[in-house]
Write a protein that binds this ligand. Structure first.
Ligand code: MN
Length: 229
């Protein structure tokens, strides 16, 4: 044990379905613009440019069902419903054909975004960090273990706000598939156990207000739920 000068930070973690055990989170990588219709609604060209990434701090994780405080310095908090991949075995230069063997499990997650700050950053060529990586910006559902024939290449993905469907699509509409993302990202950084990858959102992103109830669902994976307070 190291002798730290302050108490070491608590390790953020995501619950596991049907278990009292937790999955410890190391880093959160997020894929930008991975569904064509969302790229179009954000004013971008949906052609198959190489995937790009941004990150959130691990302690941005909000446990499923917890209230999400409306973040400071924003008047335009948006939901982005996403499939999240949890890495169980690390590696660099992972081949596409081996990529799914590195996955421990999957969950439904929300890439909550201060869109006004992100848009300002885009306009001025500044980093997206304060638009994307703020406190409680990553509500995560419980993890479903990989295997049992689950295939992340298809399945309905949906988000309801106050019971009304706001986002609905299918995982098959991703521009870059889960194996392609893992292979590509592992060429940029050495992936490690505990890394989460948020795989991008379909169209229908919009603002939420205090009091709104967000209920997301990925077919074959599970749910994510939070209320904005
Ligand atoms: Mn996103």
């Amino acid at each position: 044990m190291s002798d730290y000068v302050i108490a070491p930070p608590v390790i953020p973690a995501v619950p596991v379905q049907g278990s009292s055990q937790m999955f410890p989170v190391r880093r959160i990588f997020c894929v930008g613009r991975n569904y064509a219709e969302h790229a179009i609604e954000m004013g971008s060209d949906p052609t198959r440019e190489p995937p790009f990434y941004f990150t959130k701090p691990a302690d941005a994780v909000l446990i499923n069902g917890a209230d999400m405080p409306y973040p400071p310095m924003s008047k335009d908090l948006h939901h982005e419903m996403e499939l999240v991949v949890a890495i169980g075995t690390g590696g660099s230069d992972i081949a596409e054909a081996d990529a799914l063997k590195h996955v421990w499990g999957y969950c439904a997650g929300l890439d909550m975004t201060r869109r006004d700050l992100q848009n300002e950053a885009k306009k001025t060529g500044r980093p997206w960090d304060m638009g994307k990586g703020f406190d409680f910006s990553a509500p995560m559902g419980a993890l479903r273990r990989a295997g049992d024939g689950f295939d992340p290449s298809r399945g309905r993905i949906e988000l309801k706000v106050n019971g009304t469907v706001r986002q609905t699509s299918d995982l098959s509409r991703m521009i870059w598939s889960v194996p392609e993302i893992i292979a590509n990202l592992s060429r940029l950084v050495r992936l490690a156990p505990g890394d989460l990858i948020m795989t991008g959102t379909p169209e229908g992103v919009a603002a939420v207000q205090r009091g709104d109830l967000l209920e997301g669902f990925v077919e074959g994976v599970g749910e994510v739920r939070c209320r904005i307070v």
